[in-house]
Design a protein around this ligand. Structure first.
Ligand code: NAD
Ligand code: MG
Length: 394
């Protein structure tokens, strides 16, 4: 029996996690679920999975959350605020933590789980992009296991040899990590019409059903950029070891190319329950509610290279990855601010890349070596991005 905390239970990954967990009551017990604002959903989830604690991140909603949970007949204890998030992620009773809060807000509780040596099911890529090597080093020190849930990294993890040594691709005979991406909803859209892209259009992904921030990131391909950085950190790869491949059907979730010419790919329906089930059960396999691929009806699998004019954010991220930790922290922060401004109709779709690029150009060259320095740098980048946005809209 594994005891689990689900950070960000009300999100897309959180819901999929509880779906898989609820299929296996003999294997998993839920210790805590956390949410930010969707109180009704949080109450329904608590009713279904019967956790010891429910945490509401937003302290201002404590009273409202308490009455929603009471009305729903939830028996779990209600906690609130950042410390409570850290506590349920690091409690001694907990074996595994699903890190599925979106954005930088997930960093501290995920770090708390890492420092407590938990099995980390890592969906929250922004936490890793922000803190990089510090995150990996903290896991090494505490003995935490990091299992990638992002479908591409989960695929690569599945395609690596069992004796893979972190950072040593050459000894395993690996020539390249092939990171696939669908190219999002605007892969074929006329470039001259990109200024007309609406929030609604950007929030509609052709293959995956996800939260709004990652869906917009998929449309700009910043998601693939963050994943590029994520792959470097997770596997100890260099930027030159990774190739991004456009694969619109999202059937292959990523691949590992070996020096003998072999390519090992992981395939499946685009359903996050597959990587989630893999992370939960590793090294075993469990049923995830995902139907089998039917090769008789599978359409063409096609591949191409993403175009820099169409996806400037992807190339900004690859450059930031080469520039180092301060750049990746700043880019992640700028992008969170830019996407939020786009979702709030303050800036246009093409402005997201402008805000990201201009923020990176304005940021001082510096080194960030501690969590404190990372948080400060993140804060400066957010302030700079907000200033750039004010300049764009004035
Ligand atoms: P989502 O927006 O659907 O859910 C986000 C969750 O975080 C919610 O539970 C929300 O309540 C919580 N949250 C939001 N702001 C918070 C705050 N300030 N403090 C505490 N909690 C807060 O997002 P999602 O699509 O589930 O994605 C979650 C993470 O997983 C992201 O980092 C995303 O990049 C990554 N991811 C998602 C998918 C996917 O298919 N959805 C795939 C790969 C990786
Ligand atoms: Mg992904």
């Amino acid at each position: 029996m594994q005891t689990i905390t689900v950070l960000g239970a009300t999100g897309s990954i959180g819901c999929n996690t509880l779906d898989v967990v609820n299929r296996h009551p003999d294997k998993y017990r839920v210790f805590a679920i956390t949410g930010h604002s969707q109180l009704e959903l949080l109450a329904q989830q608590a009713k279904a999975c019967n956790p010891r604690y429910v945490v509401i991140a937003n302290e201002n909603q404590y009273e409202q959350a308490r009455s929603t949970l009471t009305q729903a007949g939830v028996k779990a204890e209600l906690l609130c605020g950042p410390q409570a998030l850290d506590d349920v992620a690091s409690a001694p009773e907990v074996d595994a933590v699903m890190a599925a809060i979106v954005g930088a807000a997930g960093l501290m509780p995920t770090m708390a789980a890492v420092k407590a040596g938990k099995r980390i099911l890592l969906a929250n890529k922004e936490a890793l992009v922000m803190s990089g090597v510090l995150f990996i080093d903290a896991a090494r020190q505490s003995g935490a296991t990091i299992l990638p849930i992002d479908s591409e990294h989960n695929a690569i993890f599945q395609c690596l040899p069992q004796d893979f040594v972190y950072g040593d691709l050459t000894s395993s005979g690996i020539s390249s990590l092939l990171l696939t991406g669908s190219g999002g909803p605007f892969r074929e859209r006329e470039l001259s019409t990109f200024d007309d892209i609406t929030v609604e259009q950007a929030c509609h992904h052709p293959n995956w059903d996800m939260g709004r921030k990652i869906t917009v990131d998929s449309a700009t391909m910043m998601n693939k950029g963050l994943e590029f950085i994520e792959a470097c950190r997770l596997f100890g790869a260099q930027a030159d070891d990774i190739t991004v491949v456009l694969h619109p059907q999202s059937t292959i979730h990523s691949m590992v190319q070996y020096i003998d010419g072999s390519v090992i790919a992981q395939m499946g329906h685009p359903d996050m329950r597959t990587p989630i089930a893999y992370g939960l059960a590793y090294p075993e396999r469990i049923e995830a509610g995902v139907k089998s691929l039917d090769f008789a009806t599978l359409s063409d699998l096609t591949f191409s290279t993403p175009c820099p004019q169409r996806y400037p954010n992807l190339y900004l991220a690859i450059q930031a990855c080469k520039d180092g930790q301060a750049a990746t922290t700043a880019l992640n922060a700028a992008n969170e601010i830019a996407v939020e401004a786009f979702l709030n109709h303050q800036i246009g779709f093409c402005d997201i890349a402008r805000v990201n690029e201009q923020t990176l150009n304005k940021m001082e060259q510096t080194t960030v070596c501690s969590l404190q320095q990372i948080l400060e740098h993140d804060g400066r980048a957010r302030a700079t991005a907000n200033k750039v946005i004010r300049g764009l809209v004035s």
